[in-house]
Design a protein around this ligand. Structure first.
Ligand code: DAH
Length: 364
């Protein structure tokens, strides 16, 4: 018997199968198994080499050897398949363990998430704080559109057609000057909308965005926020207005804040006043602290406008001005925030820089 035909012997085939099964069984991972497959089922494996010898046999010997090798190859193939499935599922299990994410784990920053946590914009917070002060006094929150009819923004509020604030150098007109639609320059149009929708007694507070054609600088921004207040009832007087605004000032700036009314003019209120706050920085002692930058030596800073609703405005809304009186006020939220927190640059309020807004946290 030639050494090659020896490859086909029962012994050498069963030895080759045994060796193959042992190596397959010992394979610890898919890489090992790949080697076992090459060694025992590859082109140069003993069974493949033996297979090549079959051609040199004849007759019954050929058939017998063919059967033996076929069986051997099947055994090896099945063993490889079974081990592959086992190792694949082992690998899957270990991936599940090694890549497990503990979603409840608390990170070094004290949070359970590695995502950046944002914060509310302080203007949103302050608008809600002011609204809450009024809701507690029985007011309702009212809203109006930002693209507003010129009539609501100006005419209905007794603002004459030739009033300088109506010019396109102060007001954004939507599409064209004669479109009749402006980006509201104040929240005061919400007064008229409310009076047309509701019957007195009316107590509303209306925070919102307003627009004027100002360039962005340290103290101006073309888009800013105001809060408007309106009360219409029987027997309302300037004293009610002053008491209400003093209450707001104390909640916003502390119990010892001082306020004053300074005579002023607004077409929609008569009489009208500016509401001033005693300067926080020099405490009104500007003569002692020369050149106080905050109040420019005035001792007082202007917070907002107010007054008794002009009877013309009440009548435009169909409210009997002999039976009812009203007071109204409006102040800038950016200004309020700047006073409250000593913010000195408007850019900080419009740039949405998280380093700025995060200082105010998630306050509500
Ligand atoms: N709308 C005024 C402004 O933008 C502020 C204002 C003044 C509102 C007097 C009022 C008011 O309701 O009565 O300057």
């Amino acid at each position: 018997m030639s050494p090659d035909s020896n490859l086909l012997s029962e012994d050498s085939i069963s030895q080759a199968v045994e060796k193959a099964l042992a190596e397959i069984k010992q394979a610890k991972n898919l890489e090992d198994l790949k080697n076992a497959r090459l060694n025992h089922a590859g082109e140069k494996s003993p069974v493949a080499l033996a297979n090549r010898e079959i051609g040199s046999l004849d007759g019954a010997a050929k058939a017998e050897a063919g059967k033996r090798i076929g069986e051997a190859r099947n055994i090896i193939k099945n063993a490889l398949e079974i081990r592959t499935t086992e190792l694949q599922s082992e690998r899957q299990d270990s991936i599940l363990v090694s890549e497990r994410v503990d979603v409840t784990q608390v990170l070094a920053n004290g949070s359970t998430s590695s995502l950046l946590i944002g914060s509310r914009h302080p203007l949103t917070t302050i608008a809600e704080q002011i609204s809450d002060v009024f809701i507690a006094m029985g007011y309702e929150v009212a809203e109006g559109p930002e693209a507003e009819a010129e009539w609501f923004n100006f005419d209905s509020l007794n603002i004459s057609e030739d009033h300088p604030s109506r010019s396109s150098s102060d007001t954004f007109y939507v599409e064209s000057l004669d479109s009749g639609v402006v980006l509201r320059t104040q929240t005061s149009p919400v007064q008229m909308r409310t009076m047309l929708e509701r019957k007195p007694p009316i107590y509303v507070i209306a925070p919102g965005k307003v627009f004027r054609t100002d360039e962005l600088d340290a103290t101006h921004t073309p888009v800013f926020h105001q809060v408007e207040g309106l009360a219409v009832d029987k027997n309302l007087t300037m004293a009610n207005l002053k008491g209400t605004l003093d209450h707001l000032a104390r909640t916003m700036f502390g119990e010892d804040i001082e306020t004053r009314f300074r005579p002023s003019y607004f077409p929609f209120t008569e009489p009208s006043a500016e509401l001033d706050l005693k300067c926080f920085v020099c405490k009104g002692e500007s003569k002692k602290i020369k050149n106080c930058k905050t109040c420019r030596g005035e001792g007082w800073i202007e917070w907002g406008g107010c007054g008794m609703v002009n009877p013309n405005v009440l009548e435009t809304a169909g409210i009997d001005s002999k039976k009812y009186s009203g007071f109204a006020f409006g102040m800038g939220l950016e200004r309020t925030l700047m006073f409250k927190y000593g913010v000195t640059d408007m850019h900080d309020l419009v740039e949405a820089d998280l380093r700025f807004t995060k200082q105010f946290g998630l306050g509500i």
